[in-house]
Ligand binder design. Sequence first.
Ligand SMILES: Nc1ncnc2c1ncn2[C@@H]1O[C@H](COP(=O)(O)OP(=O)(O)OP(=O)(O)O)[C@@H](O)[C@H]1O
Ligand SMILES: [Mg+2]
Length: 406
Amino acid sequence: MSDISQIKGINARQIKLLQENGVSTAEALAMSPINVVSDIDGLGEKSAKKLIWNARNALGMTDFTKASEIDENTEYFTTGSSELNKILGGGFQTGKLTEVYGPFKSGKTNLAHTISVTVQLPKERGGIEGSAAYIDTENTFSKEKIKRIAKRFGLNQDDVLSKIYHARIYSSDHQSQMIMKAETLCKTRNVRLIVLDSLMALLRNEYVGIGSLAKRQGVLNNMIHGLSRVAETYNCAVLLTNQVATKMVGMFAADDAIGGNIVAHGCHFRVMFKTKGFSSNNSLKRRAVIVDAPDLPPEECEFYITNAGIADTDKVDISPQEVSEFEFEIEKLYEENDENTPFTDIPLTNVKGIGKGTAENLIANGISSIEDLISVDPNELSAKISGISSNMVLEWQKSAKILIKS
Ligand SMILES: Nc1ncnc2c1ncn2[C@@H]1O[C@H](COP(=O)(O)OP(=O)(O)OP(=O)(O)O)[C@@H](O)[C@H]1O
Ligand SMILES: [Mg+2]
């Protein structure tokens, strides 16, 4: 049973209120915590409790089940790297939350793009024939990258793009709102993967200082639990990317994910991406480490970032000529541009392809405005910052020029 109207004692007004708040199936209601449902304006604590209990009764959730009868319906799809699939226990898993954290340019956004495509592959080719919802807080989503990945996997580029539902996010409450909206997409558009890239960027900016920590953790808790419930209800995979902060552990400095225990305990799988340990500055080789997983050994592997996503070798190369029919184009769907903004005030993160980490790195290297970025010599900048190629700088400059013209 998933039709919410079948729940004993529910009326049309309550159905509407619940649906408006992202709870649109009996399963979703049954798995919701009482305090979240009773906070819905106009519903009330007593009704919330009654409806949740009735939903749980109707779904048989108020009985214990013999372990032999537990329905394990986990599905796996490829990450683009067979080594990474192996250490993840067979691929990216449905029904669970996977957190991938790592320093800037470690490959988080590349993984997000790759699996938004591979989730769509037919089952016999390592996919689950699903669509993806992409919640983008850093403005780093790239249609061009998706097209290259689609080409690599032999999929029709337009079909692939039409099965990725993208939302550009501007604030943490917008983020919470779109997480709830993603639930509706699971129900109506066969969304089997939700990407949140990245989980903490906006929260980190909005809740500054120790005084707002409790509030921030409350918001974060609701997001994580909301996503966890959606993952389970719709057997949907969830990728949360996260940044790291360097902490001192005794005498040693170590990178750790931000967000504290709520994130650490709320995610089923925690994977760390590393850039360190490779001698060549421009190497696109990365390391993935399973940090915490209920049923996986703490293994590590290496993978590569290519221009067509995550792979086992750096030989996957879709040459620019092959995709030249696709002109560079800036996302308009969720962009809002104030015509009066002088371009020196436009943050670097508005440039396509520049995430928060990259922007911080650019600033540290003297590129603090769009104007600086446009006038810099790409070769010079590439030589100065490891992992940034002159071609990337050229792409950023192209995007920055479009930005100041629009
Ligand atoms: N077309 C491409 N071909 C090869 N490598 C690329 C290409 N585009 C990006 N890269 C590499 O990918 C890396 C950036 O990866 P990604 O954006 O996935 O990092 P991230 O972990 O999301 O970083 P951030 O914390 O800044 O968001 C850079 O090292 C860059 O050199
Ligand atoms: Mg990123």
